[in-house]
Ligand binder design. Sequence first.
Ligand code: GDD
Ligand code: MN
Length: 365
Amino acid sequence: MPQLSVIVPAFNERDNLAPLTAALASTLDGIDYEVVVVDDDSPDGTGALARRLAQDNPRIRVIQRIGRRGLASAVVEGALSTSSPYIAVIDADLQHDERILPAMLAKLRADGLDLVVGSRHTGEGGMGDLSSDRVKLSNAGRRLFHAISHTHISDPMSGYFVLTRGFFDEVAHSLSAIGFKVLVDLLASARRPVRVGEVGYQFRSRAHGDSKLDIVVELEYLELLFDKLTGGWIPPTYFLFGLVGTAGMFFNFVAAALLLRVWGVDFFRAQAIGALLTVALNFFLNNALTFRSARMRGAEIVTGLLLFYVVCSIALLAQLAVASALRQFGVHWAPATLVGIVIGSVWNYTIAAQLVWRGHRRRAT
Ligand code: GDD
Ligand code: MN
């Protein structure tokens, strides 16, 4: 059994794999290690190339997931496929400097730590030529992390770290495995102070291919924080659903106001058109964001939208029934309205997740 398992999440990284495995071979010379490439069925043939490399290099293994996506879940499943006492996570695109890996491992063992992070904000560290927008984003993410966690660490946004199997096993069942920020997930899942160390490095620029970090990944970070803060009691997709719903309320108001005051539509029609447009907008946003893992395309969209109209109408009736019942029992109008909204939204979410977007990713219990 190897001493170190190096987990490499890889999506469309074909041109980076051979240089990466060569670089790992030279830096890890003298260490008994294995490399586990976790590919999500990349269209560019990353999985097939990894298998070809594995034929000449028995240290390389491949996991190819079909019909799945996700950096965090790839890392978690890669780690679960190994048995060595130390686990490293490094990106496939050579942006993480593999030459500090031996120092990270040595520090982990010598100082008896749970985890050592490759950091861009300590010692020799640096963000390289990462765009200023990405640096700002990373700093915002850091501040959010420090708001939810007591672990002192300079680069919680790092995707590069080494940890012990003992620590991984401790938190494995509590991981959310959402989005890109596996390190935040690991640290926030621990029920005790984590013993962390850091080794600085300069973030390199990408030689081949493109970053997969987009607006959805940014929202996934918020979803992850929500899941950590609620301790897994509320489905994390409900967070995005609620966000979309709130945006919808503002849109509805503006649409009704425009119809009424600018386009001279009568009051009742303005209400009806505003509501119909809002439900459609919510449908498309939920399809693209909240339930993207079961996203509908083409003709499905038409039936999905119609079904969503039916679901929302029933939710509206339930909301009205609850609010007026509470009102009859003498409850103040404000809590009666709020409870009605909550009931309507929870109903909407539940039925949408079960019926409209069937088969979207569910959390294992
Ligand atoms: N299997 C799999 N599935 N791998 C993925 C997926 C996916 O859905 N999405 C991304 N990856 C792999 C990429 O192929 C790459 O090896 C690695 O995850 C990071 O993705 P990038 O798209 O290169 O992200 P980045 O460079 O913008 O940000 C990375 O580095 C930062 C600094 O360490 C991420 O790891 C960030 O979380 C990190 O903050
Ligand atoms: Mn990258």
